[in-house]
Design a protein around this ligand. Structure first.
Ligand code: GDP
Length: 528
């Protein structure tokens, strides 16, 4: 027997699972989140995560716009304990207009649960989010939801996942019946059956022909089911941990979030298979989670979470070491020290001061505008974490201020909103009014509402002649200056005062690229 010397950091890291749920709207992400939190004892009342239209106000619907539209606009984190492990579930906005937020959140997780509607299979947004996970080799556990309703054939669904996502599948459970006949699941590895009406105890059976198993289904479905299960056991790929951890195989679970069925197996699998916090790539080296010194990066800023306390919270993923309340950290971007006086943990309905946190944890750091998305905090080391990208906006609008006396205030407010990642702000070098860029139109509504509510700044939007925006770089600094000088009416500076070129059409962008081959135009920018 080997005895491993272990540190408190290593123990804490091994217990942690930091993940997000990816899905197409309506597949059941919110329902599943509620049920997962119930397992963690984090909420007593299912239904507390997202108030639908007309529902009671809850922690996560802190903004009027969200209440009005019944959508979840904010990204937040929920921590809970289950089975001796600490789970950090990072919530992602459901609406695709906030996809940038979601991409950033996915840079802070080590695994994801992909929820699929059993009647619909892989939908557009699931596919897109999956691609983001794949870029980072994030392992994915699949939950096929809504088996209690009319569902597609499970072989068909697995085949679709394999073909459309180029991802191997390994069913861990198999549904016993579907729709009205859905009666439970069969654990393919251990030959255990869970019943829909009581999932607390699984019972062992002797394979597909077992009488107790078949008795769960109507008589006329039994033969076909025994055959289907036999085929599933023999023909489908068994689960294999290495393939899952490398991101090319997904274990698949079947269930019904609404009926709180299949969720227990899912969360057990997250504990058992999903990786503990992984090393994070910084500009100069890979930072291991068990290193003694604290490091972390900010992937999300949320302002005004509690209308009674105007505050701004930066969400930081701890990447290594131990964060303790009151410690001094260095904000690498400015080189200045920062006291982490009141780091917070978030639960479904509450937050609490975090006395200490470890790699994989997400802490909220209250601040008055010191922290930005993409910031790295360390105990002194000069490193910058990579991978919190910014995407070129797809909609550009000029801001029209109804009260010109407030121009200075508007500049400050826009700077804040850009630092929080609400919108991107570009200041044209020719001195004309600021241009805001967004990925989805709803972001424009959020900006307008927040400027009015938090800064008393009523604004309107005006169209611009630009429809495309690209960050421009060049190895030859003088060539870049020449390009900028030749296009002053189409150049603006972003938050970091880095230049973007704005074009009226894809045609004019291509035209300029042909004329200026040394200028690189990029639609993604890494922060820092
Ligand atoms: P989200 O948009 O992905 O967060 O989806 P929701 O969790 O809000 O679910 C969308 C709708 O599907 C709601 O009406 C849910 O009650 C319903 N729903 C979610 N899970 C299930 C399920 O397992 N079975 C059935 N029949 N309905 C479900």
């Amino acid at each position: 027997m080997t005895i491993h010397a272990t540190t408190p950091e290593a123990d804490a890291v091994a217990r942690r699972r930091t993940f997000a749920i990816i899905s197409h709207p309506d597949a059941g992400k919110t329902t599943l989140t509620e049920k997962l939190l119930l397992f963690g004892g984090a909420i007593q009342l299912a239904g507390a995560v997202k108030a639908k239209r007309g529902g009671a106000a809850t922690r996560s619907d802190w903004m009027g716009i969200e209440r009005e539209r019944g959508i979840s606009v904010v990204t937040s984190v929920m921590t809970f304990e289950y089975g001796g492990r600490v789970f950090n579930l990072l919530d992602t906005p459901g609406h695709e207009d906030f996809s940038e937020d979601t991409y950033r959140t996915l840079t802070a997780v080590d695994a994801a649960v992909m929820v699929i509607d059993a009647a619909k299979g892989i939908e557009a947004r699931t596919r897109k989010l999956f691609e983001v996970c794949r870029l980072r080799d994030i392992p994915i556990v699949t939950f096929v939801n809504k088996l209690d309703r009319e569902a597609r054939d499970p072989f068909d669904l697995l085949d679709e996942i394999e073909k459309t996502l180029a991802l191997d599948t390994a069913p861990v459970t198999w549904p016993i019946g579907r729709g009205r006949s859905f009666a439970g699941t069969y654990d393919l590895r251990r030959n255990l059956v869970r019943r829909l009406d009581d999932d607390t105890e699984a019972f062992a059976v002797n394979g597909p022909e077992d009488g107790r198993l078949l008795a769960m289904l109507p008589e006329h479905e039994r033969d076909a089911f025994a055959e289907e299960l036999g085929l599933a056991r023999e023909a489908l790929r068994p689960f294999e941990l290495a393939g899952f951890r490398e991101g090319h195989l997904t274990p698949v679970f079947f269930g019904s979030a609404l009926r709180n069925f299949g969720v227990r197996d899912l969360i057990d699998a997250m504990g058992e298979f999903a990786p503990p916090p992984r090393g994070q790539q910084a500009d100069t080296r890979l930072v291991e989670p068990t290193e003694p010194r604290m490091t972390g990066f900010v992937f999300k800023i949320q302002a005004n979470m509690d209308p009674n306390h105007r505050d701004r919270i930066a969400f930081m993923r701890v990447c290594s070491g131990r964060l303790t309340r009151g410690m001094k950290a260095k904000l690498v971007r400015t080189g200045k020290p920062m006291s982490l006086a009141a780091p917070q943990f978030f639960f479904a309905r509450d937050r609490a001061i975090a006395e200490e946190a470890f790699a994989g944890d997400v802490v909220g750091l209250p601040n008055h505008g010191t922290l930005r998305i993409g910031d790295t905090l360390t105990e002194g080391e000069e490193i910058v974490f990579r991978g919190v990208p910014s995407f070129a906006p797809e909609l550009l609008r000029r801001i029209k201020l109804t009260d010109p006396m407030k121009a200075k205030k508007l500049r400050e407010a826009l700077q804040q909103m850009a630092e929080e990642g609400v919108v991107q702000v570009f200041q044209p070098v020719d001195g004309s009014g600021a241009i805001v860029g967004v990925v989805g139109a709803l972001q424009l509504d959020v900006l307008k509402e927040r400027l009015a509510a938090e800064y008393s700044l009523p604004i309107d939007y005006e169209p611009t002649r630009f429809s495309i925006c690209r960050w421009i770089t060049c190895d030859d600094k003088l060539e870049l200056d020449r390009f900028v000088n030749a296009h002053t009416s189409s150049i603006a500076l972003d938050l970091d005062r880095e230049p973007v070129f704005m074009a009226a059409s894809a045609f004019s962008l291509t035209y300029e690229q042909e004329r200026w081959p040394e200028i690189r135009a990029s639609d993604v920018k890494d922060y820092q």
